[in-house]
Design a binder for this molecule. Structure first.
Ligand SMILES: Nc1nc2c(c(=O)[nH]1)N[C@H]1C(S)=C(S)[C@@H](COP(=O)(O)OP(=O)(O)OC[C@H]3O[C@@H](n4cnc5c(=O)[nH]c(N)nc54)[C@H](O)[C@@H]3O)O[C@H]1N2
Ligand SMILES: Nc1nc2c(c(=O)[nH]1)N[C@H]1C(S)=C(S)[C@@H](COP(=O)(O)OP(=O)(O)OC[C@H]3O[C@@H](n4cnc5c(=O)[nH]c(N)nc54)[C@H](O)[C@@H]3O)O[C@H]1N2
Ligand SMILES: [Mo]
Length: 801
């Protein structure tokens, strides 16, 4: 096979600014995205190469936003690049050997031929809809559902996390309410003068709502900007059940009960409206449904929310007044909202807070997409590849379409929980071919109840993966694996905030090549040409050209210019609702059906959801499931981000592993005492869905009655073969998270509100951990029933916390 290396060859025509010689090394200035996994912040690196090998990586002080600052994952890049366990050649294995470490290196031609043979057979016998492309979070190839739509020609692209509990809910809700991609805080990333730019204003208040960007830099937000802004006077409010590092420096911590964010946001609206603290002019001119919203939130006075959220009512008054009186103020919207089954409503209420206080699209407030400058156009180009050409009958076959039209219609992806049902039951039709791209879902990452996914995937006729490492998922379930290049091995761009918001665009300049690993887009093209040539022949020949087309339409610069300059800031304009830049037709107002921000959502109404925000109890809490709480009294949050790991990635890299060698669960000292658990003890955590083991970290940052468990754990140093699969079942916290507990729109899951009990693990427990993980504790079968699901039960008394 001929690689399209011309497009990714080093170029020396551009000169010093992006590449120069120093100390006998060639230094390349570049930005990163993924792999190693990260969201598209595009931090700046200087990569020192000698004799074709990376010898050193440093932060690039010339990068206008990150200014030389880097997290540990980038500082350990060299160890990632040359780690002996990385996959840098295609590999194959007989289907009968799934779970056995019997991989054989093969050529690209052979790997593609195997995939094509299976593709053709399945297409012929069952149709393309019986194929699914699964993807995890935020990588370069995560371009809409291109893998499914354009490479396989199937409608079923799937992000397999129950209730699409990340980003998708946020984007979908905002598209409907505001007519834009979700509004990130304005941290001056797009302004050439940065924080000192005359167009910018430092926010007086920043609310970090279920978000801790300092560790997560999520979705294109450079986390350290929070510190920069605090140094320039911004004050922090954290809405978080735990006191985090930034929380210890905040002026207010609202330590609400997990999953009650909608009640809190509604009560803050209640205060702001009843005390007349809102921006009347903005509301009158630009909001739709204010009266109805005011009526609705009148039902949620702070005293009532205080009972639901288990926080003092005064804190709610204080948070509301501080936020509404600050000019400007911003809210950083975290994944805790997406992960809540009530998150659509919490999100709706948070958008209403941003809007009625006049903070939408103002300097230092929230930034919105400039549709006329083409950000929207670029996003549209990216999201829609392959979809417009698809036959209507195939689009109609998308899994979960009838039940969840808002989810499947907006995201053009199959609904995650129904996708698992289809794999398990063969209904509405059987699945015969899966592509596991960028997800390690049987590790506690992109799935709830991973054992169910494991069993279901192992029955599929053919599975292949595209990854940078061998993982438990690939080892357990796949037949072919194709190797992907890392950030330092490719030439492409990183559009911050997924190209959605006006910010900056960074270049990934190729530094080295490892084995036969290819950049993700190149891989799409190779596969696409083999499997679905009509969609690829006579089209863009590479990622560069793909982005060239999108960027030419979107921006006033092209790909080459980005590569030369390494980073281009977009320049930002504000209050675009007054200038017609929020709508593709250039009319004033917002890009919604009413032209205004829809505090009352006609679309929610059309799909059978309440058009206004409302509160309901999460599916497994002491309030919604009091019987369950008798045996499982603790509320478990999971997945608060660790700086050294990206979900399940990084455990092989010594420098990163040293920072956090074992899976940890945080316990309050009182709970630890009650159970005779000491710092570092292995803790047995269980509920009717499963059992797993993590080590105790005893800390007062978490309230009594709650625990916070890490996700993502497996042990790459342990036995690879099934059933052990690198110890993936031992600390698999997602085993305890039940499926299908989403809200009406199909979003959310109890990742941060599950009931459990804990005890000190016995020696026998630890010996039997694999068996428990696979079969349930003490041989009791895992409970997969829906007995505890009562979202609509009106008799629930939220005051019972
Ligand atoms: N309990 C619990 N579970 C959670 C969460 C939680 O808070 N609590 N958070 C959830 C959230 S928000 C998310 S988004 C999911 C994430 O879930 P995943 O995205 O599935 O997580 P990863 O473990 O990072 O798995 C990604 C795989 O992609 C590979 N990879 C890295 N870079 C690239 C690339 O550029 N291309 C390709 N093809 N592969 C690449 C990695 O090596 C890794 O094997 O986890 C979810 N799981
Ligand atoms: N280093 C690193 N960075 C990452 C990732 C990673 O795995 N590692 N994952 C990436 C991904 S896919 C995502 S989605 C982002 C997520 O990044 P963020 O949105 O910043 O979210 P988290 O760090 O998961 O959680 C933030 C906080 O939410 C709190 N919390 C828990 N439950 C609740 C609740 O019910 N309500 C409220 N208000 N707060 C709650 C937790 O205590 C935690 O401190 O990070 C991305 N960045
Ligand atoms: Mo995520």
């Amino acid at each position: 096979m001929e690689f399209n290396d011309a497009a990714v060859e080093m170029r020396d025509d551009v000169g010093k600014p992006w590449r120069y010689e120093e100390d006998g090394c060639t230094v390349t200035r570049t930005c990163v995205w993924s792999a190693p996994g990260c969201h598209p912040v595009g931090c700046g690196l200087k990569v020192y190469v000698k004799d074709g090998e990376v010898v050193k990586v440093e932060g690039d002080e010339n990068h206008p936003v990150t200014k030389g600052r880097l997290c540990v994952r980038c500082l350990a890049m060299k160890d990632f690049l040359y780690h002996p366990d990385r996959i840098i050649y295609p590999m194959k294995r007989d289907r009968a050997d799934r779970g056995k470490d019997k991989w054989e290196r093969c050529s690209w031609d052979e790997a593609i031929a195997i995939i094509k043979k299976n593709y053709d057979e399945v297409k012929e016998n069952y149709g393309v809809e019986s194929m699914v492309a699964f993807m995890g979070t935020g990588r370069q190839g995560n371009i809409g559902a291109t893998g499914a739509h354009r490479v396989l020609g199937s409608p079923n692209g799937c992000y397999p996390l129950s209730g699409f509990s990340c980003y998708g809910p946020r984007v979908s809700i905002t598209m409907d309410v505001v007519g834009s991609s979700y509004p990130e805080i304005d941290y001056a990333g797009g302004l050439p003068g940065g924080y000192d730019d005359p167009a910018y204003q430092i926010p007086e208040i920043i609310i970090q709502w279920g978000k801790e960007p300092i560790y997560s830099s999520p979705d294109g937000l450079f986390g350290h900007s929070i510190i920069d802004l605090m140094k320039r006077g911004a004050k922090l409010i954290n809405i978080n059940p735990r006191i985090t590092w930034t929380g210890s420096r905040a002026i207010l911590n609202v330590q609400l009960r997990p999953g009650t964010d909608a009640a809190l946001a509604m009560a803050m609206l209640n205060v702001i409206i009843s005390e007349n603290l809102y921006d009347q002019d903005f509301v009158e001119r630009w909001c739709y449904g204010f009266e109805q919203l005011a009526e609705r939130v009148a039902e949620m006075p702070p005293e009532k929310a205080a009972e639901i959220c288990c926080v003092p009512a005064e804190q709610i008054y204080r948070a509301a007044r501080l936020y509404a009186n600050a000019k400007p103020a911003s809210i950083a919207w975290g994944v805790s909202i997406d992960q809540s089954p009530n998150g659509a409503q919490a999100g709706q209420a948070i958008l209403a807070l941003m809007s009625i206080t006049g903070n939408m699209d103002v300097p230092g407030g929230q930034v919105l997409v400039d549709m006329t400058a083409g950000d929207g156009g670029m996003q549209e180009d990216i999201d829609s590849v392959g979809w417009p050409e698809m036959k209507q009958e195939l689009k109609d076959a998308i899994i979960g379409r009838e039940e969840f039209p808002f989810y499947t219609g907006g995201l053009k992806m199959s609904q995650a929980d129904r996708q698992l049902d289809a794999l398990e039951t063969g209904k509405p039709y059987a699945i015969h071919f899966c592509w596991l791209g960028e997800t390690n879902l049987i590790a506690p990452t992109c799935s709830a109840q991973p054992k169910r996914w494991y069993d279901a995937l192992r029955k599929v006729d053919f599975n292949f993966a595209t990854d940078t490492w061998m993982t438990p998922t690939i080892q357990g379930c796949c037949d072919v694996v194709l190797p992907l290049a890392s950030s330092l091995e490719m030439e492409t761009i990183v559009p911050t905030h997924y190209g959605g918001s006006p910010n900056y665009v960074g270049a990934l300049n190729k530094c080295v090549k490892c084995g036969e690993a290819v950049p993700e887009w190149e891989l799409y093209r190779i596969l696409g040409l083999a499997l679905n040539p009509e969609a690829w022949e006579n089209r863009e020949k590479d990622f560069k050209e793909f982005y060239d087309i999108a960027m030419m339409r979107a921006y006033d610069f092209d790909y080459d210019e980005v590569q030369k300059k390494v980073v281009i800031q977009r320049d930002v304009s504000y209050r675009k609702y007054e200038t017609g830049k929020l709508r593709p037709d250039g009319a004033k107002g917002f890009n919604t059906s009413t032209g205004r921000i829809q505090l009352y959502s006609p679309m929610f109404e059309a799909v059978g959801e309440d058009p206004l925000p409302y509160y309901f109890e999460a599916p497994t809490t002491p309030v919604s499931t009091p019987d369950l709480a008798k045996d499982y009294p603790l509320t478990m949050m999971t997945g608060a981000r660790e700086i050294g790991y990206f979900h399940s990635e990084g455990r092989q890299i010594e420098k990163l592993r040293d920072l956090c060698p074992d899976p940890l669960v945080e316990l309050n000292p009182v709970d630890a005492d009650e159970h005779g658990i000491k710092e570092g003890d292995w803790v047995r955590i269980e509920n009717p869905w499963g059992v797993c083991f993590l080590r105790a970290k005893i800390t007062p940052i978490i309230k009594e009655g709650y625990i916070q468990a890490q996700h993502g754990w497996w042990f790459p140093e342990e036995d690879a073969e099934a059933p052990h699969l690198y110890g993936v079942w031992k600390s698999n916290i997602n085993t305890l998270i039940p499926h299908s507990r989403m809200g009406k729109l199909g979003f959310g899951a109890p990742f941060r509100t599950t009931l459990v009990k804990i005890s000190k693990a016995s020696e026998e427990d630890l010996v039997e951990a694999d068996r428990y993980g696979l079969e349930g504790a003490d041989g009791k079968p895992l409970d997969h029933t829906d007995n505890f699901f009562r979202i609509d039960d009106p008799s629930l008394d939220p005051a019972a916390c």
